[in-house]
Design a protein around this ligand. Sequence first.
Ligand code: FES
Length: 123
Amino acid sequence: SSADPVMVHFINRDGERLTTTAKKGESLLEVVVNQNLAIDGFGACEGTLACSTCHLIFEKDVFQKLDAISDEEMDMLDLAYGLTETSRLGCQVRIKKFMDGMTVQVPVEVSDIRSQLEVGKQS
Ligand code: FES
């Protein structure tokens, strides 16, 4: 039915697979928060498109079916480390039925714009 949970696998930075269920309409950030997934520093700006710590890498077939990216998401995504052709920001992607069983990869390197500025000051 339409209320069926959608299964999502996250590959964490250390390579560990976190499998969880999500509800349709939840953002991937909400999935991480609601399911209490141990992904360090994920979603630092709480979905306000100000950090890019929610960067996720999608499988190509899933990526191609995602809703179009907004200019705001594109601008923030551009600042993410390790950007790939199938990267999106998890706070902007909402769970849909076709995503059942998908695997998303948490990039090894994360950039929180705010901490990047700090690092810049030190070097
Ligand atoms: Fe900060 Fe997605 S949580 S941009």
